[in-house]
Design a binder for this molecule. Structure first.
Ligand SMILES: *Cc1c(COP(=O)(O)O)cnc(C)c1O
Length: 501
C-alpha cells in the first residue's frame, strides 16, 4: 500500500485500487438509491463516525499491508452519503455532474501530479495550459496574442484576481507611475460597482484587497435580476462628482440564481466613460459561449478587461476548473514574481517558461488538462449541445410550473435555471411570511426523505415573500419527464407541509 502512482510501475499499482474504487462507487450509489442519503445530518454524521471508528480498530495492525478495506469502505460510504448531481432529482446548485471523460483525465493529472508553478514540475502541462488559455481567450473574443489568463479554483478566485488587477490599475493611474504591488489606496475613496444579484465573492474580494466591503456600491436590479444600467450610470456619476475613484464595474453574465445577464455593452460604455475596469463574472453564463444559440446573450463580453469562467458549472468538469482571463497581458504586471528556486531569470532567458506570475497560488494542479481533453473530444459544438439540452430543460421546467396550479414561476429562464415558488392552498398559509415558511420547509422535507435536492434562494429586497425555489438544470441526460416528476414531487411536498402545518 505504499506503491506510488507514477513511473512505468505506477499504473500496475493503481489498477487494482481503481477496481476497488469503482466497485465501491457502484455499491455506495446502490445503497443510496436516490439523489442524496435519506435522513438527518446527524444520522449521516453518526454513520461516518461509526465507519471511521470500525476501521480504526480493524486496521490497527499498523502494517502498511495490502489491505484495501479502508479504501473500499470509505469510498462506498462517500458514495452512499453524497448528493449525486448525476441524479435528475439533484438540481439545486451550480454543481454539475462531471463527464466520466473529464474524471478519467483528472485521474491522469492526479497520478502524475504536475504542479504549474514551475516548468520543471510540469513541462507539458505548462505548455498545455498556455495553449488552452489561448483557446479560451479566443472563445470570449479576446485576441489570444495579447490576452492572458490562468486556471483558478473557481469564480471566487477569478473575481478576486479581476478586482486585484482593477485595483492595481487604478493605483497605477493615481500614482502616475507603475506601483510596486498592493499598496492600499490613499486619498481617493475607491468604489466597485456590482448589482444586488452579483456573487458575494465581490464583497469578499473588496475586503481582502484592503478596499473594505463598503467599497462595493450595490446597483439595483430589475425583476429579472439584471443590473439596472441607468442606476449604474447614476451611481457612477455620484461617485465621480464626490471625488471618489470608480475602480471597477463587475457585470454578471449569468447570475447564480436566475442566470440573468447584465447589460454588458452599457457596462462597457460606462466603464470607458469613467475610466473604470470592467470585470465580467461569467462563472455561470460563460457556458453560453459554447452554444451558437445562446452565445449572443454574452455579446459585449470581449470588451471586458477581465473575465471569470467556471468549467465546473456549464462545462461538466470535476472541480476545480475555474478560469481567469485578462484582455491585456500588461495589466498582469503587478502579479509578476521572481522566486529564485522556481523561475530564475536565466532559466527564462534560456527558454524555460513560467506560469508563476499568472496565479495567486504557488503549487497548482493542472486543471487545464481535463478541460483540454474534453474540448478535444467533444469540441465546442459537442459541449454546446449539452448546454442547449440543459437550456431546453429549463424551459420545460418553466412551462410545467406555469401549467401547475400549485406552482408559480418567477421569470422566464435565461440559461438553465427555473425559479418559482409553491402556492399554499390553505387560506391562513397564503400570506407572504407563511408562504415562505412552507416553501423553506418543503425543501427540507425533500432532503430529509432523500427524495430531491432543489435550490432555495431569496430575491433581493426587503420583507417576507422573497423565498423562492429553483431548479438548476445541469444534467444534459435528464429528460423532460424527469423534470415533470421532480416538480410534482415539489408540489406534493408542499401539500404534505400544509397538511402538517
Ligand atoms: C459560482 C459562482 C461564483 C463562485 O464560483 P466558485 O467556482 O464557486 O468559486 C461566482 N460568480 C458567479 C456568478 C457564480 O455563479
Amino acid at each position: 500500500m505504499t506503491a506510488l502512482s507514477g513511473g512505468a510501475e505506477g499504473p500496475r499499482a493503481l489498477r487494482p485500487l481503481l477496481e476497488t474504487v469503482l466497485d465501491a462507487l457502484a455499491e455506495g450509489a446502490a445503497r443510496r438509491g436516490g439523489p442524496l442519503p435519506v435522513g438527518t445530518p446527524k444520522e449521516l454524521a453518526d454513520l461516518v463516525a461509526q465507519t471511521l471508528a470500525d476501521l480504526d480498530t480493524s486496521a490497527g495492525t499498523g502494517e502498511p499491508g495490502a489491505d484495501a478495506e479502508p479504501l473500499h469502505r470509505l469510498t462506498a460510504l462517500l458514495a452512499q452519503g453524497s448528493t449525486d448531481p448525476a441524479d435528475p432529482f439533484c438540481a439545486a446548485h451550480l454543481h454539475c455532474p462531471p463527464l466520466s471523460l473529464a474524471v478519467a483525465a483528472d485521474l491522469a493529472a492526479s497520478a502524475l501530479n504536475p504542479s504549474q508553478d514551475s516548468w520543471d514540475q510540469a513541462p507539458a502541462a505548462t505548455a498545455l495550459e498556455t495553449l488552452l488559455i489561448r483557446d479560451l481567450a479566443d472563445l470570449v473574443g479576446y485576441d489570444p496574442d495579447t490576452a492572458t489568463g490562468v486556471l483558478t479554483s473557481g469564480g471566487t478566485e477569478s473575481n478576486l484576481m479581476g478586482l486585484m488587477l482593477a485595483r492595481d490599475c487604478a493605483l497605477t493611474r493615481a500614482a502616475g507611475r507603475p506601483t510596486e504591488l498592493h499598496g492600499l489606496p490613499s486619498g481617493p475613496v475607491p468604489r466597485i460597482f456590482a448589482s444586488a444579484a452579483a456573487h458575494f465573492s465581490v464583497q469578499r474580494a473588496a475586503a481582502l484587497l484592503g478596499l473594505g466591503e463598503q467599497a462595493v456600491v450595490t446597483v439595483p436590479v430589475d425583476r429579472d435580476l439584471r443590473m439596472d444600467a441607468d442606476a449604474l450610470a447614476a451611481a457612477l456619476h455620484r461617485c465621480t462628482a464626490a471625488g471618489e475613484t470608480p475602480v471597477a464595474i463587475v457585470a454578471t453574465a449569468g447570475t447564480t440564481d436566475t442566470g440573468a445577464v447584465d447589460p454588458l455593452h452599457r457596462a462597457a460604455d460606462l466603464a470607458a466613460e469613467h475610466g473604470a475596469w470592467l470585470h465580467v463574472d461569467a462563472a455561470y453564463g460563460g457556458g453560453a459561449l459554447l452554444s451558437d444559440r445562446l452565445a449572443p446573450l454574452l455579446d459585449g463580453v470581449s470588451r471586458a478587461d477581465s473575465v471569470s469562467l467556471d468549467w465546473h458549472k456549464l462545462g461538466w468538469q470535476p472541480a476545480a476548473a475555474g478560469v481567469f482571463l485578462a484582455r491585456h497581458a500588461e495589466s498582469y504586471a503587478p502579479l509578476a514574481r521572481r522566486a529564485v528556486y522556481l523561475n530564475p531569470a536565466d532559466d527564462e532567458e534560456a527558454g524555460y517558461p513560467s506560469l508563476l506570475g499568472l496565479s495567486l497560488r504557488t503549487t497548482r494542479r493542472p486543471d487545464a488538462f481535463k478541460i483540454a481533453v474534453t474540448l478535444r473530444t467533444l469540441g465546442r459544438a459537442g459541449l454546446g449541445r449539452l448546454v442547449d439540452a440543459c437550456h431546453a430543460l429549463a424551459h420545460h421546467a418553466a412551462a410545467t410550473v406555469d401549467a401547475h396550479p400549485l406552482l408559480e414561476l418567477h421569470t422566464a429562464p435565461v440559461l438553465t435555471t427555473a425559479v418559482f415558488h409553491y402556492l399554499p392552498q390553505r387560506p391562513e398559509l397564503r400570506d407572504p411570511a407563511a408562504r415562505d415558511t412552507v416553501n423553506a420547509a418543503l425543501r427540507r422535507r425533500l432532503l430529509r426523505e432523500g427524495r430531491a435536492v432543489v435550490g432555495r434562494t431569496e430575491l433581493p429586497g426587503q420583507g417576507p415573500g422573497r423565498i423562492r425555489l429553483k431548479l438548476t438544470l445541469l444534467n444534459p441526460h435528464t429528460t423532460p419527464a424527469d423534470v415533470e416528476r421532480l416538480l410534482h414531487a415539489v408540489a406534493a411536498a408542499g401539500q404534505a407541509e400544509e397538511a402538517e402545518a
